[in-house]
Design a protein around this ligand. Structure first.
Ligand SMILES: *Cc1c(COP(=O)(O)O)cnc(C)c1O
Length: 499
C-alpha cells in the first residue's frame, strides 16, 4: 500500500466519548472549560481511543493553574521534560514485599535500574531495605556511591568487561554469571568472587524457551561440576514476556538444580526469578480489543488506516491474511503485578520454603508503574501535502525520548493547551519529532484534537517511567538529553548533574 491516498483519509473520528461533550459545542470566543478529573483527556484522543491509566498525582499536576505549571516547567527545563515521582514507586515495592510476607517467604527485591536511570529510585530502594540490579559499570559506580550495602547489589550486565567483574569482586557484589568465559574470568580475578549462575532454556508446555542468556538448564550442573571452583550462592533466570505460567515452569526446573548444586557443596542461598512483572497501561480491555479489531480491518483494507501509512506494528500481511506477532508491549493486561506474583507463589512457595531458599526478583517496569510522565512542546502544526485533512504536529522532542522496544507507545497522550480561549481549526494529525528522517514519528497513531492544536501547546505521554524515558535515549544531532524533574521536591534528579 504505497499510494498517495494512504493515511490521507477523511476524518473518521466518530466515537465521541462522554468526556468530550464539554469542549465540543462552545460558542466561539468562550473560554474552554477548566480541566477536571473527568475531562482532562477530552482534548486529545486516538481513533480508536486508548485512554491511559493516569495516576492521580499526574492529573493533579496537569491541572495546576489550568496547565500553566506544566508550561512553565517545560519553559524552565527544556522540552521534553520527564516528571518523576518516587512515592508510587515505593508503594509498588511495598506491595510486592507485602505479598512475599503473606506467603511467609524469605525474599528480596532488586530494582532493575536499566528501566529508569533516576537516582531517586536507588534512594527509595535503600530506604525500603531493597536492592538494585545493575547492568553496567556506571550503574554500579553510582549505586556504590550511594553506599548501598554490597549484599543489596547484584550485577546482571549482559556483557561484562574485566574492569566490571573486578569492581564487583573488590566491592563484594554478587555477579550473575552468564557463560563459561565469565566463570573463568571471575575465578581468575579472585577465588572468593561471589557468584550466581544464570540459567535458561526451560521447557514450557513441551517447547523449549530459546534464549541467548545463561547456561542451558540441561547441562548447567555438569558444567559447574567440571569447570567451577567458585562457590555458587544463587541461581538466576530472567524470561522474555510476562507469562506467569512460564515462571512456574522455570522455577520448577530450577529447584532440582539448586538441590544438585547443594549436594555438590555449593552454598546456594537464593533463587532469583528476574523481572517481567506485567504493567497495565490502559483503563479498559475493551479499548485494547477494539484497537486490534480496527487495526486488522485497516491492514486488510476494510477500513481507513489507523496508523501512519498503515504501519503494521510488526504484523505481516499476505493475500489478506495477517501473520506473526505485533511488535508492541501488551499495553492492556491482566493479571497485573500483584495478582501475577500471587499466581506464581501459589504454585511454588511451599517448594521454595521447604528448601530454606530465599526468593529474589528483579522487577524494573512494574516498580515504575505510575511514577512518571513526559511532556513536550508543540513547535509547529502544518498541513500535509496531498488530499489530507490532517496535519503534522512537530514537537521539541525526538523519538528516543519516549520509546522502548515496542513499535509504538499505544496510549492516548494528553493535550495541555497554551490558551483556554483560542480554538484553532487544526484538529487531527500525527506527532513528528526532531530527527531529520521521514520515519521520525513520535506516535504512529492518528490523533484527534476536538478543540484544536497549535504552536505552544504541550503534549503529555502518561506513565513513561518504565523504559520509555531512558532506555533508547540518544544525543544524536547533539540534542541534549531530557531533564528529569522530581515532582514534590521541585528540583532535578541527581542523575542530571552527572556527566
Ligand atoms: C531488564 C531486566 C530485568 C527487568 O525486567 P522488567 O521487565 O523491567 O521487570 C530484570 N532482570 C534482568 C536480568 C534484566 O535484564
Amino acid at each position: 500500500m504505497g499510494d498517495a491516498k494512504v493515511g490521507c483519509m477523511q476524518n473518521h473520528f466518530t466515537s465521541v466519548g462522554s468526556e468530550m461533550t464539554d469542549g465540543d459545542h462552545l460558542e466561539s470566543g468562550a473560554p474552554l472549560p477548566t480541566m477536571t478529573d473527568k475531562n482532562f483527556r477530552s482534548t486529545c484522543q486516538g481513533d480508536p481511543r486508548l485512554p491511559a491509566t493516569v495516576a492521580p498525582w499526574m492529573i493533579d499536576e496537569i491541572r495546576q493553574q489550568d496547565g500553566r505549571k506544566v508550561h512553565d516547567l517545560v519553559e524552565q527545563y527544556g522540552s521534553p521534560l520527564h516528571w518523576i515521582n518516587p512515592v508510587p514507586f515505593e508503594k509498588n515495592v511495598k506491595n510486592l514485599q507485602e505479598i512475599f510476607k503473606q506467603f511467609d517467604l524469605d525474599s528480596d527485591i532488586f530494582f532493575a535500574r536499566k528501566a529508569n536511570k533516576c537516582l531517586t529510585f536507588v534512594e527509595s530502594m535503600q530506604k525500603l531495605d531493597g536492592g538494585v540490579a545493575v547492568a553496567s559499570i556506571d550503574e554500579l559506580i553510582q549505586v556504590l556511591d550511594f553506599e548501598m550495602p554490597s549484599e543489596k547489589i547484584i550485577c546482571t550486565a549482559a556483557v561484562k568487561s574485566r574492569e566490571l567483574v573486578q569492581m564487583c569482586v573488590q566491592n563484594d557484589v554478587t555477579i550473575v554469571i552468564d557463560n563459561r568465559d565469565e566463570l573463568s574470568l571471575a575465578a581468575e580475578i579472585s577465588p572468593s568472587a561471589k557468584i550466581a549462575i544464570r540459567i535458561g532454556g526451560f521447557t514450557h508446555e513441551g517447547t523449549k524457551l530459546q534464549t541467548r542468556f545463561g547456561f542451558d538448564v540441561d547441562d548447567v550442573v555438569s558444567i559447574i561440576q567440571k569447570h567451577c571452583n567458585l562457590s555458587v550462592e544463587g541461581i538466576q533466570f530472567d524470561l522474555e514476556g510476562c507469562d506467569w505460567n512460564q515462571r512456574v515452569s522455570a522455577i520448577n526446573q530450577s529447584l532440582p538444580i539448586v538441590d544438585e548444586l547443594r549436594e555438590e557443596g555449593h552454598p546456594v542461598q537464593f533463587l532469583d526469578i528476574g523481572g517481567g512483572f506485567p504493567v497495565n497501561y490502559l483503563e479498559n480491555e475493551s479499548d485494547w480489543d477494539e484497537f486490534w479489531t480496527e487495526h486488522f480491518s485497516a491492514l486488510q483494507n476494510r477500513r481507513p488506516p489507523i496508523t501512519f501509512q498503515n504501519h503494521a506494528l510488526g504484523l505481516g500481511i499476505y493475500e489478506g491474511q495477517i501473520y506473526g506477532d505485533a511488535n508492541v508491549y501488551p499495553f492492556f493486561q491482566s493479571p497485573s503485578q500483584n495478582e501475577w506474583l500471587e499466581s506464581i507463589l501459589n504454585s511454588v512457595s511451599d517448594d521454595i520454603k521447604k528448601r530454606q531458599l530465599q526468593l529474589r526478583c528483579e522487577p524494573g517496569r512494574a516498580l515504575l508503574d505510575g511514577t512518571g510522565m513526559t511532556a513536550a512542546r508543540v513547535e509547529f502544526v502544518k498541513e500535509r501535502t496531498g488530499p489530507c485533512d490532517d496535519y503534522f504536529i512537530g514537537l521539541s522532542m525526538n523519538r528516543t525520548q519516549c520509546r522502548s522496544g515496542s513499535d509504538d507507545f499505544l496510549v492516548d497522550p494528553i493535550l495541555v493547551k497554551k490558551s483556554q480561549i483560542s480554538k484553532p481549526a487544526k484538529k487531527s494529525g500525527y506527532l513528528v519529532g526532531a530527527y531529520c528522517t521521514e520515519s521520525e514519528l513520535l506516535s504512529l497513531r492518528k490523533l484527534h484534537f476536538p478543540n484544536g492544536i497549535e504552536r505552544g501547546d504541550i503534549v503529555i505521554s502518561p506513565n513513561t517511567a518504565g523504559y520509555f524515558m531512558h532506555s533508547m535515549e540518544s544525543r544524536s544531532h547533539q540534542f541534549p538529553l531530557a531533564k528529569n524533574y522530581l515532582y514534590r521536591e521541585d528540583r532535578l534528579d541527581d542523575i542530571d548533574y552527572l556527566a
